[in-house]
Design a protein around this ligand. Sequence first.
Ligand code: SER
Length: 595
Amino acid sequence: MNTFSYKEIRDRYIEYFKKNNHQEIPSAPLVPENDPSVLFVNAGMFPLVPFLQGETHPKGTRLVDSQRCVRTGDIDEVGDASHCTTFEMLGNWSLNDYFKKEAITMTVKFFVEELGFDINKIYATVFKGDETAPKDTESIQAWKDIFKEYGIDAEVGDRIIENGKEDNWWGLATGGPCGPDSEVFYEVNGKKLEIGNNVFMEYLKTGDEYNPLGRHNVDFGGGLDRIACVSQGVDNFYETDIYKPIFDLVKSLGKNDILISQRIITDHIKAATWMIMDGVEPSRNEQGYILRRIIRRAIRHGKKLGIEGLFTRKVGDIAIQQFSPIWNKLETDRERILNILEEEEKKFSKTLENGLKELEKIIGSKTSGEGNTGMLPGSENLTGPTGVQAFKLYETYGLPLELTEEILKERGLAIKNVEQFTETQKQMQELSRTSSAGMFKGGLADTSDMSTKYHTTTHLLLAALRKILGDQVYQKGSNITPERLRFDYPSDNKLTPEQVKQVEEMINEQIQKALPITYEELPKEEALKMVPFAAFSEKYGDIVKVYTIGEKTNPYSVEICNGPHVSNTQELGKFKISKQENVAAGIKRIKAVLE
Ligand code: SER
């Protein structure tokens, strides 16, 4: 079997599907725009949800890409052979175009003919059917046919395994397009590794109900890391050429050889460079919080390895070098990314120092407290902080339990009721799980009527601000939930009460005018001429949608956007600004509602 670099695998995949009439689309940024249901794009299909639901895609009905993704659900598993926070997912889509037979055939041919995988090592899974959807006989037939083409008589129960919804059904946790899927497994050293998955999206999940989507889509996703493992004949991600140069550097920096810590640093710093490239900065909230957490975790593991001095810049630099042939923005943003990393590292080192001081205080106060009782300090009094205190040190100052224990040990001390540490940690995790689960409550934001209304209202708001404040205004950021819109724009000052009134009146006037909303598809160059202030233009392909509110000859607003939008402003209700905030130096935020 040939060995291919991950870049070659990626290129071959895209070329193969282009040959099969697919159009290549760029990877969307990691932070989903206008969709608060998840913090990061976590699957290749995520940016395509509106198109899987029926919006026409400017590039047609057959698409291919390699989408960068972040999955933070398993962040604590990172360090084993196959968990990572960022990865690329190879994806090909049929938007109501080809279906099961063609999809399965192309998938197999890609692996066998383009990558040289052995057909004898390929296994398939299919959906066996239940009360909500029938058995996937079409996929079973497609698998039998393609195996036959290579001279193999495949049978259900042998090469083709049937499973229920737990294993062979795919959709986002938030609902939306979904359907039975058919995975591809590859046998490596007796074990079967999933290397790809074709999802046949024919259903729409709303709440607990599955209804026909009215379209047949294919969503194929294949983890590039796993495919690289197979092609390169290695049994863990860190040995592939995706991670190896970063891993080797990390290994060379430390005095101690601790595999898990080396892997965590490799994964986390790589992930951090991607997140920062896509506009995330360390902070207390949302994406920024995840970024901060992974950088700090990497630094703590750096301490375990005994790495001296600052090191994230060095690791970040090589991570950038690794992926800049693919994401050019890494290269152009190199200094910005490395500075943010290093700044966080410095800040955290300071926090750690404060944590150590705090620990000293706890030890000290115990002694003086006991001193106050008039007792002579005896060995029974030589105790360190309690498990709860140790957890607080960890939470507030990032002081890892092992580090606290190590310091105490040097003084002949230990943590009292150390089990409290894990108990408190569990309670906190439970709390954060329920609060992040709360994020999903709004359902699939992209599909809700209210979200669609807020998308259109956001265009009205930008147009109004440009007319009232001037042409320097553009959309710096936007976020939509079914309850409100949030809009960030560059400005030194918040709107005055008069300006708030002016914006509201102007927008409500447009709503009352019952303006039509229309769009046309144009080459990007041309669209950018019409909408020179378009933000985020890099995420779109060569052909983009230009949305117009009002008559074409005298539009109120013209913007590049993927939608979705209402068709007439009169559907919107009454616009009201509910809040203004400072976001950062020179950036103001408006929250607004429709009543
Ligand atoms: N959406 C499916 C997955 O993430 C296939 O692309 O596995």
